[in-house]
Design a protein around this ligand. Structure first.
Ligand code: SF4
Length: 301
């Protein structure tokens, strides 16, 4: 099994990206801090929502120092609409570490980046490649799918160590930033999970998945997987939804005053709301009034 894309395939991917890559506002930035923010935001949020939120966040906190000096409540307000709010507090901690331990400059090597709060293997490599031109392979969901299919011919997940090695070996040494964006875009728009558009793919010639006869039905007809998806509970019934609504309510108190939070909220009864409030407090996102735990506000320290 090949461990990396060929040089010709790399050239084809980059040429495709130059013509078809997504034009996203944060990709125009060369500021490592702004790139770090965009990558943290993109971890679990659709890219369309990241664009607007990133511009707003950078306008509010234009520098590492500005973010490091902000209160948790300020950062959580600027994070509104993004979900997974713990990322906001981790980003603030990362800014404080950059200010205190790295002279205010985002570190340029993967190991130091990975030591920052909320920065995992993917984000560290994406920032190293995009902000600093390091030839390291970032592996997100889209990139993993493209490389897995192209190199193994299958959708079966290879070992993560194999995948990381393949990503490192495939990265274009001259254009690591464009390469990272290109593979993300290829996975998001062409090598889609259920219906890869191989006819429009720049690496179809070299791709083992496209040439594997067992994949022909999916590739040529673009069929959806035949397996029925397990039914999932409505999003509004999840704890994640409830936590988001509680935080939205607390964000509305712009002066940071205490807000009474009692159930029901949607389908969640008073007990569930109280439990969600306690969990948010344990996670450091909110503070509860010791005298009345139904009174809450965004964390101030
Ligand atoms: S040829 Fe098809 S399966 Fe292979 S990388 Fe391109 S879109 Fe994905």
């Amino acid at each position: 099994m090949p461990r990396s894309l060929t040089a010709d395939a790399r050239v084809a991917v980059l040429a495709w990206y130059d013509d078809h890559g997504r034009s996203l506002a944060f990709r125009a930035s060369r500021d490592p801090y702004a790139i770090l923010v965009s990558e943290v935001m993109a971890q679990q949020t659709q890219v369309g929502r990241v664009v607007e939120a990133w511009s707003r966040f950078i306008a509010r906190f234009p520098t590492v120092d500005a973010l490091a000096a902000a209160t948790p409540a300020d950062v959580l307000r600027a994070w509104q609409g993004m979900g997974y709010d713990r990322r906001a507090l981790n980003l603030r901690r990362a800014a404080q570490a950059i200010r205190d331990d790295h002279d205010g400059r985002v570190p340029d090597d993967v190991e130091a980046l990975e030591r920052l709060s909320g920065v995992g293997p993917y984000t560290a490599r994406a920032v190293a490649a995009i902000a600093f031109g390091r030839p390291v392979g970032a592996v997100d969901t889209n990139i993993r799918r493209v490389l897995r299919r192209a190199l193994t011919g299958s959708d079966d997940p290879p070992a993560s160590a194999w995948m990381q090695a393949a990503a490192n070996a495939s990265v274009d040494r001259f254009r690591p930033a464009a390469w990272t964006h290109a593979l993300m875009d290829l996975g998001a728009t062409v090598c889609r999970p259920a219906d890869p558009a191989c006819a429009a793919c720049p690496i179809a010639t070299w791709c083992r998945f496209a040439s594997n006869p067992t994949n022909a039905r999916r590739v040529t007809r673009g069929a959806r997987p035949s397996k029925a998806r397990p039914s999932r509970p409505a999003f509004t019934a999840t704890t994640r939804w409830l936590r988001g609504r509680i935080l939205d309510r607390l964000r509305a108190a712009l002066d940071g005053s205490w807000t009474r939070v009692i159930g029901p909220v949607g389908v969640h009864d008073a007990e569930a709301v109280a439990a969600a409030l306690r969990a948010l407090a344990r996670d450091g996102l909110v503070e509860l009034d010791p005298a009345d735990p139904r009174l809450a506000r965004l964390a101030t320290t």
